[in-house]
Ligand binder design. Sequence first.
Ligand SMILES: Cc1ncc(C[n+]2csc(CCOP(=O)(O)OP(=O)(O)O)c2C)c(N)n1
Ligand SMILES: [Mg+2]
Length: 399
Amino acid sequence: MCITLRQFQTGAGLLNYSFKCGISQVFLIYFFRMKKTSVSSSKKSASSNKALLMKNKPVEKSKQPAKINFGGLSKEILLQMHSHMVKTRVLEERLIKIYRAGESYFWIGGPGEEAWGVPLGMLAKKGQGPEYDYLHLHYRCSPTLIAMGLDMVDSIRMMMNRATDPNTGGRNFSNHFVIPKWNIAPVTSPLEVQYPIACGTAHVQKRTGKKALTIVTGGDAGTAEGDFASALILASRKGQELPMLITVQNNKWGISTSYEGQHGETFIADRARAFNIKSQVINGNDPVEVYLTVKEDMEYIRKTGKPAFIEAMVSRLYGHSSASGANPIQNEVDPVKDFEKKLLQAGLLKESEVKELWANFEAEGVRATEIARAEGVPSADSIWDHTYKGSENADWRKF
Ligand SMILES: Cc1ncc(C[n+]2csc(CCOP(=O)(O)OP(=O)(O)O)c2C)c(N)n1
Ligand SMILES: [Mg+2]
C-alpha cells in the first residue's frame, strides 16, 4: 500500500475527519485483604515475643531484598508502572473471557506488550491539538491507553459493541480506539497506514513549533508494507525532518508467519539507520529499559525536531487474536509477572499487596462487564453516522 503526495498533504485533514467521525473509516471494510485476626491475649504476647526475637535475629542472607537495577527510577514510578501493567492484563483477560462466553465477536489486543506500552503512555504529553503529542496506535495499544487513564468499561463497551462505546459507537472491534481529547488517532485495521498518516500530524507539529511530537506504533510483519518505507522517507528528509517517535513492536510473528523467514535485514531498526534516524533495539519486556529509552528519545525529538526509532522486542502471550484461539502461549516471557517478581525480590512490593492489586482490578473488570452487558447495541438507523455520508462515497448501494 503506498500513499500519494496528495494523501500525505491531506494527512492531517484525513485525521481531523476521522476524529470528527469518532470512528476508523476502516470499520466499513470489516463491517461491521487482610483478615482482621482476633487473637487471645496469650497468643498476642506469644506473637509479640516472637516479633522481638525476630527483630534481634540477624537477617538471613536469602531474606534480604535483592539488589536489582531499576535504572534510578523512583519507587513511585515503578509501582505505577506495575499497577498499570496489572490493570491492562486483567482487562485483556476479561475481554478474552467475554469473547469465550459468546458475548462478542472478535478479540485482538495487547497481552505481552504491557512493559512496552505502559511507559509509553506514562511519558506521552496528553492533551488535544498539535501542542500535545499525537498517538497513532495499533490494535495492541491497551497498555498505553490504560497508562493514560482509559476506563476499563470503555474498552469493554467497544468489545461488546455497545452504542455507549465512546470510540466508535459500538461499530468497531476490540482495541480500535479513537480518543480525540487525548490526540489518539483512530486505530486502523489495515496494517501500517498509521505510519504515513502520523507524518501528517508530525508535519503540523513541526510548523506549530511547540515541542510536541507524534508517536506511531505497529508490528514487525506490517513493516513489509510500503507505507512503512514511505514514512521513513517522509520523516527523515534533510532539513524537513519530522518530530516523530517511530516504533515497531517485534513479537516475531505476523499471525502465523514467523519473522525468521521474512527479513533480510538483521534488525528492523537498521532500516531507520539507513535514513540517518536515531535508532535502537530494546528489550520491550523490561519496563525500566523501555521507560528510560522512550524518555531519552522523547527529549531528543523535542529538542532537535528530528525523528527517533525504537524496535522493541516483545511477547505475544495469547497468540495473534481470537482468530488463532486466544490461548495462552507458554514459552514466551510474561513481562507483568517478570517485573512483579523483581519488585517483590527488591522488597518494593509485598505478596499481600500484589494479591490485593490483582483482586481489585479483577473486581473492577467484573463490574465494568456488568455495566456494559446492561447497555444496548447501536440502532440500525445509525449505520451511516460518522461515515462519508453526503459525499460521493456515502452509500455503497449507489456506487
Ligand atoms: C494491509 C493489511 N494486510 C493484512 C492484514 C491482515 N492482518 C491483520 S494483523 C496481521 C499480522 C500483523 O503482524 P504484525 O505487524 O507483526 O503485528 P502483530 O499482530 O504481530 O502485533 C495481518 C497480516 C491487514 N489487517 N492489513
Ligand atoms: Mg508481529
